[in-house]
Ligand binder design. Sequence first.
Ligand SMILES: [Zn+2]
Length: 435
Amino acid sequence: MSTTGERRASATDAAILEIVRRRSQTSRVEISRELGVTPATVTYAVKRLLAEGLLVESGFARSNGGKRASLLRLNDQARWAIGCTIDADRLSLAAVDLTGALQARIAVPLEAPSDRGAVREALHRALSTLRPEAGAHAATGIGVALPHDLTADGPALLREITRDLNIPSISANEPACAALGSFWSGEQPESGLCATVHMEAGIGLSILQDGRPLQPGPGSSATLDHVGIDPSGPPCECGGHGCLHQYASARALVDRAAARDGLGEELELRLTPSSLSSDVVLLALAAAHGEPRAREIFTAAAAAVAQAVWAATSALGIRTVVLSGPALQAAPVLVGEVMAEHYTARARNLGTEATVTVSQVQPHPCAVGAAVLALQTFVSPGLASRGGSTSQGGRTAQGGLAAQGGFAAQSFAAQSGLAVQGDLTAQCGVASHEA
Ligand SMILES: [Zn+2]
């Protein structure tokens, strides 16, 4: 088969897998109708997917007079993938099956997230205990959610930490992973637009359309950090005044807590760079439990987030928002109350309905999203570019992402309107390389 033919076949396979996943089980006729391709094309592709063990026959549809159609479902145990998140004080892994369902998870402490050797060592330690019965090398691939502040150096970091793993790898920024993880965990609508606001060191934004990310422009990830909250606020490095990160970043929250008499000591905040994310979670927990000073600080920050989210989403007509990140998810009821007052009420005043929920995937959905990304990228059979990227002489398969024509090409490149050739790292913040 020609390379073009392989790509087309692989894209068809990926589209079929996606339809079967979404419908739980379905028939060849339904697939052919939804895909708009001939029944013969579907029959041929399904035969290939059954042989690969990715699909299984699962009984027969009810008869409507004629021959009963046989039903297909995903063989959820056929493949599994790993997702990795690198937080300030820990490294977390999640394993998902072919349907995206969480199979196992583990977190190990991380002393120095900027030390790549330490990250690699933590990754190996976590991999050895994630699914000892299966062995990490049996995984289809590993996805890595890159911390907000490391995204620019993503491909280099990915190469470094996965260099002696014999597993294909891919990375994306944290907000994109949070959105995918939340979507695949059933927290977002199957169709339409949904914004995920992920608060970690910074406040990132990822928008999914029908479950697929709309990516920001070249070389950047979307952030709410510099959305103006108060024009008379303090000057910001961007040249503006009163930007969101000055009120609601982890740094701003912890600085405010440290400046309140005795609060830092009472909450046992460590106030070091590596304790930033655990300190902000302690503050959120205290706020949730009604500690008045913590509550005041946290509520003001959440209100600022609501204001920025309103600015970003109302302009785009987005009415469904999911909030994620360890601090927001540590105080879901309080965050919900603030969003109801400062976001949902504004939509209602304008005669529309808006929904804001806090993700329930603990501690946050990035690891699941990164695993799903790896699954989407590497699961499709006939991954020609495993050889293809090698034959191009490079181990970094940035163009290969799309060339593979897998779930990923479908969800990340082709249907997001991204160019198939060229630097996907720059275009959508995603990089992959073959182990
Ligand atoms: Zn700014």
